[in-house]
Design a protein around this ligand. Structure first.
Ligand SMILES: Cc1cc2nc3c(=O)[nH]c(=O)nc-3n(C[C@H](O)[C@H](O)[C@H](O)COP(=O)(O)O)c2cc1C
Length: 199
């Protein structure tokens, strides 16, 4: 099977998100114009590179996280884990202005050191980020689409002490969750090593 812009009838949904997988979840903290903390998951999220450590997330529509990260110039990332999955999902709810997802999801706020936006205190790892670029994206013809991207640089990294083992972040122990397609998720439960030819 192959197809272009028109999906064949035998596929009930666009499988794009089920193919580009697993996608790490950027659990994004921001502050709104009143200073109320906002929290939402974004699976169109990833690292862009290290030294300097940079991340991006992309928003379908100009959602609060995008607007806040653009207008405030900062955001946080918290690692979403198996233990925090229900809270992460609750934080995806659309809430009235001034109501914080931290409160609705029952999450304590971790206090940032370099910026003002809190992160999820219970998360094994979190980043404080400064917004570098925000942009509206285009399609292949150059037409602006209702999609927005934020690129940020990590200015402080928080790791809960119990997740540092033998000089490394214990990724498997943290049990990060990631998005697949539809309503499916996966959990990091194993790791295997593959040395590079030049190692
Ligand atoms: C696991 C998960 C991943 C999500 N990823 C995205 C995403 O990449 N882009 C997006 O626009 N919305 C995504 N959403 C939906 C947003 O989290 C949701 O619209 C939320 O209300 C946005 O909140 P905000 O307006 O406070 O930023 C995702 C939801 C879940 C549960």
């Amino acid at each position: 099977m192959n197809y272009g812009d028109t999906r064949p009838d035998c596929l009930d949904f666009n499988p794009f998100k089920a193919i580009v997988t697993p996608r790490p979840i950027g659990w994004i903290g921001t502050l709104d114009d009143q200073g109320t903390p906002n929290l939402a998951p974004y699976s169109f999220f990833n690292g862009l590179g290290a030294y300097p450590d940079q991340v991006f997330f992309a928003s379908d529509g100009a959602k609060h996280s995008y607007v806040n990260a653009r207008d405030r110039g900062e955001f946080t990332f918290s690692l979403a884990t198996e233990e925090l999955a229900q809270a992460m999902n609750k934080s995806a709810a659309t809430l009235p202005h001034g109501v914080s997802e931290f409160d609705v999801a029952g999450l304590d706020k971790g206090q940032p050191a370099n910026i003002r936006t809190p992160f999820v205190a219970a998360s094994p790892a979190a980043f404080e980020c400064v917004t570098i670029h925000t942009m509206q994206l285009e399609d292949r013809t150059g037409k602006l689409i209702d999609r927005y991207m934020v690129i940020g640089e990590v200015v402080r990294t928080h790791i809960r002490d119990e997740f540092v083992k033998d000089g490394r972040f214990d990724t498997v122990g943290a049990r990060p969750i990631a998005r697949m397609g539809y309503r499916d998720y996966t959990t990091v439960q194993t790791a295997w090593e593959l040395l590079r030819p030049d190692d």
